[in-house]
Write a new protein. Structure first.
Length: 113
C-alpha cells in the first residue's frame, strides 16, 4: 500500500465542503445579522452578496466582509468575538474596513450577544 501525503497537490487543491455543523452555524450567524439595526454590513460569499442593517444610502457606517472559508460561521457562532478574530488571522474571512466592521458590531452588540 502506497502512503499519500496530506500536503500533496491532490489534497491541497480541493476545498472542503461545509459540514452539518458549519451549515447550522451559518444559519445562526445569518439570523443574527438580520437583526442589525445600525450601520450596514455586506456579506459576500461564493459570488453572492447579502446586505444587513440600514440601507447603504442611509448608513453612516458600512463595511464588506468576504467569507473565504465556511468554517468562518462555526468560529463565530461557537467562539464569539475571539472565534471571529482567530478566523480572521487564519484567513477564513477578509473585509474592506476592519475598523468599520468592529464599529458596526459594537453599535449592535445588544443584537449579537
Amino acid at each position: 500500500m502506497k502512503s499519500v501525503s496530506l500536503t500533496s497537490n491532490r489534497h491541497l487543491s480541493t476545498k472542503p465542503r461545509p459540514g452539518l455543523l458549519d451549515r447550522f452555524a451559518r444559519r445562526m450567524v445569518l439570523d443574527q445579522l438580520e437583526r442589525l439595526q445600525r450601520g450596514g454590513l455586506e456579506l459576500v460569499e461564493n459570488d453572492s452578496s447579502t446586505f444587513f442593517g440600514e440601507p447603504a444610502a442611509r448608513a453612516k457606517l458600512c463595511a464588506k466582509i468576504e467569507v473565504l472559508d465556511s468554517a468562518f460561521y462555526s468560529d463565530i457562532a461557537f467562539g464569539g468575538s475571539i472565534g471571529a478574530g482567530e478566523a480572521f488571522m487564519r484567513g477564513s474571512w477578509k473585509c474592506d474596513d476592519l475598523v468599520n466592521v468592529v464599529r458596526i458590531l459594537l453599535q449592535n452588540r445588544h443584537v449579537l450577544d
